[in-house]
Design a protein around this ligand. Sequence first.
Ligand code: PLP
Length: 398
Amino acid sequence: MLDRDQCLALDAEDPLREFRHEFVLPDGVIYLVGNSLGALPRRTAERVRRTVEDEWGRQLVGGWNHAGWYEQPLTTGDRIAPLIGAGPGQVVVGNTTSIAVYQAVAAALRLRPERRVIVSDLRNFPTDHYIVQGLAGLLGGYELRDLSEGSFEDAAVVLLSEVDYRTGARADVPAVTAAAHAAGALIVWDVCHSVGAMEVDVSAADFAVGCTYKYLNAGPGAPAFLYVNPRHHAAAENVLSGWHGHAEPFAFEADYRPAEGVRRFAVSTPHVLSFAALEAALDVWERVPMAQVRAKSMALGELFVELVGDRLELASPADPAARGSQISLRHPDGYPVMRALIDRGVHGDFRAPDVLRFGFAPLYIGYADVYDAATTLLEVLDKELWRDDKYATRLAVT
Ligand SMILES: *Cc1c(COP(=O)(O)O)cnc(C)c1O
């Protein structure tokens, strides 16, 4: 088992060590929630200031033409594409992941009109299947089948996450994609918990969705992305047929006529201020070797698991290759344990009923941080510091 000095030595020779200086993190905080809301890149404030003061303030409505605002859903899509194994002209950015799930699943259903089964994973982040439930209710006549039932037979579409938000378990994307296709189904991958944590490749999928505020660090409420495989560009329909997906939005025609290519999946006016923060985050990602991110992420997770030992049940897979970039542990009093830990500067989060989540964002978390986080966790458990009454009351967001 490594001691703290050995962890510091690993930090000193870490090829990603310089990236830590690109993030603003409060002193005394070990931030292990980058899988929920990524940390603030240092360059973001200036980039947002530029959009507010120089672009909006000086160019006013001219910003749509002269500051590139109008094209941002596609230009930032092209910058995200390499992070998910996609090419230019295949990704559109905007709205939220929930909305992108709606668009992708609805488009898939229209491409498979003769089929009436939607396969989803009830353990997936609930918004994904809530959205499917709402869509199926609107359309009527669809059967929702849980992944645990095992079969893709007769499925129109399969909607799954690459990395499970609760346990961090990682799906075998190529194998599951091939199985869905062999059954004649289309597949939508949600990469919210894998993009920015590992090399992602959804190029064989039909659609993919993901958010930019987790490992990508684009900030609270940052826009989501939607990948549409080029083989569907001509036939796939956007059921949210807003004017920005129209072939000529400024022709103000009476009838909807879809744009060519992935642009037809744009919906409405982009959130320009949020795009500014996304652009700043992508400036960082363009310099990051993703293979190094994945290698360090696995090493950090392994170190944490070893240090915690058998004190808590591991809810994540034991094999690092079968995990994303988080470690989940179970404790019957997980909520007060996490509150006590946060009080001591170690920020993880809690997912009902009993899961403590620790996300390791390799750009700004180091080996000594993991050492300190694990030691603090063991202290909270050994001294039963979580039993303090002040940790019992629930906050709105945990
Ligand atoms: C984080 C996350 C979302 C977030 O959805 P929003 O629409 O941005 O609120 C959706 N799905 C999954 C799998 C997630 O991990």
